[in-house]
Design a protein around this ligand. Structure first.
Ligand code: PRP
Ligand code: ADE
Length: 179
């Protein structure tokens, strides 16, 4: 059994959440499994191996869990991309569409230095709207974003292609057929 097969079994699928027709890939069952969590972070570190990066950026909320664990694993700092109204300082923001709604991400641009090479991390890549918004924000703040890593990809939703159009190479550990 591969690491992907192993981890896939730990991810719970919940039909019709948060809307009818969505098959929600729920990572809470993976997070609650000590060895599953350790192997997911090790898997992300394997995908990041050889990438030339200075920091890790993670997307609220589920991307914070994997992103901060990966940053600690790699000995790098963590940059949070936050949902609206959470940061206590001036922010830049990007609105985007999700598989099941609309959302916005915000960033404190002073957290990055010009030319800082940032690896984007999230739990799941679906349409790619979230990761594209995160990439735009980090680039607006002077960051260089060439790579993104995810625990899960839903390839039929086309997120990796959208990121490729922005010259961001997406890699993931587990793929799920369908959406
Ligand atoms: O590729 P996309 O179509 O943009 O979808 C992927 C995003 O959707 C989920 O986040 P959600 O906004 O549900 O937030 P959460 O992490 O706070 O649950 C997931 O954690 C990704 O961030
Ligand atoms: N199908 C899905 N399951 C979990 N998170 C998601 N984010 C976007 N689509 C999702």
């Amino acid at each position: 059994m591969t690491i992907a097969d192993d981890l896939r079994e730990l991810i719970r699928t919940v039909p019709d959440f948060p809307k009818p027709g969505i098959r929600f890939r729920d990572v809470t069952t993976l997070l609650a499994h000590g060895d599953g969590l350790r192997r997911s972070v090790a898997g992300l570190a394997g995908l990041a191996d050889g990438l030339d990066i200075d920091s890790v950026a993670g997307i609220e909320a589920r991307g914070f869990i994997f992103g901060s664990a990966l940053a600690v694993h790699l000995g790098l700092g963590f940059i949070p991309l936050r949902k609206p109204g959470k940061l206590p300082v001036a922010t830049i923001g990007e609105d985007y569409d999700l598989e099941y709604g609309k959302a916005r991400l915000e960033l404190d641009p002073t957290l990055l230095k010009p030319g800082q090479r940032v690896l984007l991390v999230d739990d799941l890549l679906a349409t790619g709207g979230t990761a594209v918004a995160g990439t735009r924000l980090l680039r607006r703040a002077g960051g260089v974003v060439n790579s993104a890593v995810f625990v899960i990809d839903l390839p039929e939703l086309g997120g990796a292609g959208l990121l490729a159009e922005m010259e961001v190479a997406a890699q993931s550990i587990v793929g799920f057929d369908g959406h």
